[in-house]
Write a protein that binds this ligand. Structure first.
Ligand code: NAD
Length: 396
């Protein structure tokens, strides 16, 4: 794409990194200190946007990388937002609800000067819930002295959240996958889908695809997987999983129990990766039999595996498109908060559909033009848009 080296340099570093030391009064009276970060990667296209994760292994390098991914993801779907990410080094499972609230409020006071509804808008990520987002909205509103709940997305509905947010990632994925399946001549009833990671994103995507007539033949979670070649009903699978804490026990008499490794190598048309990063690697990419690999999770395919899959002719739908329905509905939440006017779920999905489908079409156009994978086409598309904004702002 002949990327201007200055654009590459600009996008290779975050614009700002904030590190805060958060004192928290624990239930036993002791004062403990936690480290928190907010990394603002780029705001050429709009306010910084990206989740906050609470995890004992959070570090600034990881948060920085994730913030850059957000700049690209927002640009891939063409929404007017930049990229950011936040994190606190903590195992939230070790805290009481009160301690978690005091930690969250302390973190927000620490970064309050650099966030805001038109500046930087956090969201949920690993281990951060709608309840935590409600506290953030409240603490920030107190700080600025008026209702500023648009400072954060992923809130509960009664605190200004958007309808449809909880299924937006999966629904956005279905819009893209259905468009690809149509273009490639797949008939839903003859299309065999395997899903790695039957959680929030993967379980819901299974339900939505099943409703469209797709045949869901495989599902897995951290304990292993199950294959039912005549197809499964995801609602029944999810109900059984809720009871047994795993899908492994839910295959019935016709179900074949498989390991997580075997599941990825199962004969199918579409493999949806909805669990963790680094799942398809140089060690197993050659054994993947699916014609389409769909990255609902972030970073499930390693760069080496990407090359192997491309050589085999497997189409990989990259995470920065596949799961962008989540951030798009977060943007809808920002718009509704700014207007103080709320949309029906139907309106939310009517607006999401063309954004996802048009984003895919643009990627496909660039993939054909440059003779590259959809992932590289996503970077080309995103960086061209960001470059135009950088020039508009006179930075170059
Ligand atoms: P989740 O915790 O609800 O679900 C993850 C599922 O993966 C669980 O069922 C877990 O048992 C399973 N799993 C864990 N290790 C596994 C393994 N080795 N093999 C097979 N399954 C395994 O999480 P989620 O919210 O569904 O997120 C999943 C992925 O999607 C993450 O990468 C996340 O970043 C990404 N994502 C989610 C959203 C969203 O809105 N939920 C948005 C964007 C991206």
């Amino acid at each position: 794409m002949n990327l201007d080296p200055n654009v590459k340099e600009l996008m290779s570093h975050p614009q700002r990194i904030v590190e805060v030391n958060i004192p928290v009064k624990m239930d036993n009276g002791e004062l403990r200190f936690f480290k928190g970060f907010r990394v603002q990667h780029s705001n050429y296209c709009g306010p910084y946007k990206g989740g906050i994760r609470y995890h004992q292994q959070v570090d600034m390098g990881e948060v920085t990388a994730l913030s850059a991914w957000m700049s690209i993801k927002c640009s891939v779907v063409g929404i007017p937002l930049g990229g950011g990410k936040g994190g606190v080094v903590v195992n939230p499972k070790e805290l009481s609800l009160g301690e978690l609230e005091r930690l969250t409020r302390g973190y927000i006071r620490g970064i309050a000067d650099v966030i805001g509804p038109t500046k930087d808008v956090p969201a949920p990520d690993v281990n951060t819930t709608p309840q935590i987002m409600n506290w953030i909205a409240d603490e920030y509103s107190k700080y600025v002295g008026h209702d500023a709940r648009g400072v954060v997305t992923g809130k509960d509905l009664e605190h200004g959240g958007s309808k449809g947010r909880n299924i937006a990632t999966a629904q956005g994925g279905v819009y893209v996958l259905d468009e690809i399946a149509r273009q490639q001549g797949f008939e839903p009833k003859n299309t065999r889908v395997v899903i790695q990671g039957f959680g929030n994103a993967g379980g819901v995507m299974a339900k939505l695809l099943f409703e469209k007539g797709y045949k869901i033949i495989g599902a897995s979670d951290s304990q292993g997987g199950v294959i039912i070649s005549e197809g499964m009903n995801p609602d029944e699978m999810l109900a059984c999983k809720a009871q047994n804490e795993t899908v492994v026990k839910c295959g019935g008499s016709s179900g074949k129990v498989v390991t997580n490794e075997q599941l990825l190598e199962e004969d199918c048309d579409i493999l949806i990766l909805a669990a963790l990063e680094n799942q398809v690697t140089a060690a197993n990419a050659d054994k993947v039999k699916a014609k389409i690999v769909f990255e609902l999770a972030n970073g499930p395919t390693t760069p080496e595996a990407d090359n192997i899959l491309a050589k085999k002719g497997v189409m990989v739908v990259p995470d920065i498109l596949a799961n962008a329905g989540g951030v798009t509905v977060s943007w809808f939440e920002m718009l509704q908060n700014a207007d103080n006017k709320y949309w029906t779920e139907e309106e939310v999905f009517q607006k999401l559909l063309p954004i996802m489908v048009n984003a895919y079409k643009e990627l496909k156009k660039n993939a054909d033009k440059y003779g590259c994978t959809l992932r590289n086409a996503a970077y080309v598309t995103a960086l061209k848009r960001i470059e135009a904004k950088i020039r508009e702002q006179g930075v170059l």
